[in-house]
Design a protein around this ligand. Structure first.
Ligand SMILES: CSCC[C@H](NC=O)C(=O)O
Ligand SMILES: [Zn+2]
Ligand SMILES: [Zn+2]
Length: 408
């Protein structure tokens, strides 16, 4: 028999593919099926299972493996259950079939982001439990809804709940991004999403005339200022090989709205921008900069925020942080090279860090093209299984970090 024989498939891969077939796809995820799936895992693994409904229909499922020393804070292994939509016609295989090709690549929405990680956590815990291990610290796995649309009905609410505080999380792992090289990327902070809509008002009139003070001219000025800033940040990134994407502020013009007819000069037009503000930026000064670009464009130009994250946090990546020390020691022992970076996008880690819990964003996926949110998202089964091995080493180390000064 070859490894291509389905009967030969590793049971962890089979479980992964089962989970990939659950259609937790935005904008109408089947969360009920995902919750039932994790309840069944809890039953099979003999783990505690708690369901916390943070908003109607939005359940956080918590699976718990109690530690031997309840006085110590716990390890939180977080993953989101929802996935982003697909353009089916651009896929080589049905994105919810979890097709595996003859080489071992599994094609599915969520293969990288981040259904792999959920199953890797579960399978590492299963292995350690079967081998009879116990660790001082409790391990909680949280499976949360709503991350892909901002986490407002998921982790943002969960971290404010008594059930979250009762977990007494001391440290968290959450998602990262695949790395195409031999190295693994680990994220210690995130850029802050600022979604900004600039609205310009001006004089309307007939499209044949030179109207003065139009909404469009003023909006154009703001768009130019912001795109010039974009270019400056892009150049800064390009010219410094030490800077990674997450270390500079990015912005994209993502929407233009306004106008009714070719020959009617509109009184209002707007432009929407997706800013991702680097954690070392002076937020107050940056907001003032945005305001001053609007003012410089003329009268009647205002901005509003649809999203404005104001609490960037950095988890230290030196040995002053005992969690980092444990994490990086395991990677060193396993000969894994780490590339610490700032997450360019936004994940649920920002909510976890904001309530004072240090967190690392880590998806143990190397030698893997970055295909999250892309067509033909896929993961090789060997990379997936290697990730289970990695967590099988990480969890004992993290769950055995000795009492911190704050815990004694
Ligand atoms: C800012 S809320 C949206 C969160 C989303 N997260 C994953 O892609 C992102 O756009 O980064
Ligand atoms: Zn994700
Ligand atoms: Zn995503």
């Amino acid at each position: 028999m070859t490894s291509k024989d389905p009967e030969e498939e590793h049971p962890s891969v089979t479980l992964f593919r089962q989970y990939l077939r659950i259609r937790t796809v935005q904008p109408k995820p089947d969360y009920g099926a995902a919750v039932a799936f994790f309840e069944e895992r809890a039953r099979q693994l003999g783990l505690g299972c708690q369901k916390v409904e943070v908003a109607p229909g939005y359940v956080v499922t918590v699976l718990t493996w109690p530690g031997t020393n309840p006085a110590l804070s716990s390890i939180l292994l977080n993953s989101h259950t929802d996935v982003v939509p697909v353009f089916k016609e651009h896929w080589s295989h049905d994105p919810f079939e979890a097709f595996k090709d003859s080489e071992g690549y599994i094609y599915a929405r969520g293969a990288q982001d981040m259904k792999c990680v959920s199953i890797q956590y579960l399978e590492a815990v299963r292995r350690l439990k079967v081998e009879g291990h116990r660790f001082p610290r409790t391990i909680h796995m949280t499976f949360v809804p709503d991350e892909e649309v901002g986490g407002h009905q998921g982790m943002e609410l969960f971290v404010q709940r008594p059930e979250f505080h009762a977990l007494r999380a001391g440290f968290a792992l959450d998602e990262g991004i695949a790395n195409p090289t031999d190295a693994f990327t680990v994220f210690y902070s995130e850029r802050s999403p600022w979604w900004v809509r600039v609205t310009s008002t001006g004089r309307p009139g007939h499209g044949s005339l030179f109207i003065e003070d139009t909404a469009a001219e003023k909006l154009h000025k703001v768009v130019s200022s912001i795109l010039a800033f974009r270019e400056k940040e892009w150049q800064r990134l390009q010219s410094n090989p030490h800077l990674k994407e997450g270390a500079v502020t990015s912005v994209n013009l993502t929407k233009l709205e306004g106008g009714v007819a070719y020959n009617v000069v509109p009184a209002t037009m707007s432009a929407s921008f997706d800013f991702r503000v680097a954690p070392d930026v002076d937020f107050k000064a940056f907001e003032e900069q945005l305001q001053s670009w609007c003012q410089a464009a003329g009268e009647g130009v205002t901005l509003e925020f649809a999203q404005k994250w104001m609490h960037p946090q950095v988890t230290p990546t030196d040995d002053s942080n005992p969690w980092w020390a444990a994490f990086s020691r395991v990677c060193k022992d396993m000969n894994l090279s780490l590339e610490p970076e700032i997450m360019p996008a936004a994940t649920d880690s920002r909510y976890i860090r904001a309530v004072g819990v240090p967190a690392l964003g880590f998806s143990p996926l190397n030698r893997t093209p970055v295909l999250l949110h892309d067509h033909d998202e896929r993961l090789h089964e060997a990379v997936f299984l290697r990730g289970v091995d990695i967590y099988t080493r990480l969890l004992p180390a993290l769950a055995s970090v000795p009492a911190l000064p704050s815990e004694s």
